[in-house]
Ligand binder design. Structure first.
Ligand SMILES: *Cc1c(COP(=O)(O)O)cnc(C)c1O
Length: 218
């Protein structure tokens, strides 16, 4: 597929769901992709990207920012507290706030730096032990705790289990967001962004469908 194909599919999914196209942001997930592929998407005018590792983002994006204006970088991978400062310097949004220690670290750094990226709280909707995210049962209290620290919480994020119907997880995430008065929903990837949009996604994170398959070095 290509950026153009995905844009057309997004338009169609929004139309079908009766949603305004401007309310759904396409985050092009560029992790592991060669710079030439990323530059090709930038050259087509796209500016919103997602990376899942701080280190990789730091190697790639400062250089791209020298050549392209208006880059909007989203960090979508698990975040260690000792990388929080670097993440906050690099990214405009962090989608993976998921525990109290990270929240207090970000709050302290935000005070010190005088700025803070937009934050999304990751919810482990499938309660998978290997996956990051706060548990659904802890979400309301964690959201409240983050808001009490004056953190700019814009919404929630989830990654459904690979072997389950994703729409059940999208619906759960939307329900938790709604009862907490949060507007943002970061959900939906290459294989399921249509159903995420139907269930209210405001940010879809699409990688391979735009860039092609990721080739991991051995
Ligand atoms: C890699 C990744 C994506 C993109 O996955 P695709 O299936 O390539 O679209 C989305 N979200 C997160 C958190 C990811 O790590």
């Amino acid at each position: 597929m290509s950026l153009e194909t995905i844009r057309a599919a997004l338009n169609k999914a929004c139309e079908k769901a009766g949603r305004n196209r401007d309310d759904v942001i396409l985050v092009a997930v560029s992790k592991v992709q060669p710079n030439a592929r990323v530059a090709a998407i930038l050259d087509q005018g796209h500016r919103v990207f997602g990376e899942n590792k701080v280190q990789e983002a730091a190697e790639k994006w400062p250089a791209f920012r020298e050549s392209y204006d208006g880059i909007d970088l989203h960090l979508i991978g698990p975040l260690q507290t000792n990388k929080a400062r670097q993440a906050m310097e690099l990214a405009q949004s962090i989608h993976t706030l998921d525990r109290p220690k990270l929240a207090t670290t970000i709050a302290r750094l935000a005070q010190e730096m005088g700025q803070c990226p937009a934050l999304y709280i990751q919810v482990n909707t499938g309660m998978e032990p290997q996956k990051a995210g706060c548990l659904p049962a802890d979400a309301d209290a964690f959201i409240k705790a983050c808001q009490d620290m004056d953190l700019p919480v814009r919404g929630l994020m989830c990654i459904p289990p690979a072997d389950e119907e994703p729409s059940l997880h999208f619906a759960l995430l939307a329900k938790i967001a709604a009862r907490n008065g949060l507007a943002g929903l970061s959900m939906g990837m290459s294989s399921d962004f249509e159903s995420a949009i139907a269930l209210g996604a405001t940010h879809v994170r699409v990688g391979s469908a735009i860039f092609g398959n990721r080739v991991y070095e051995q």
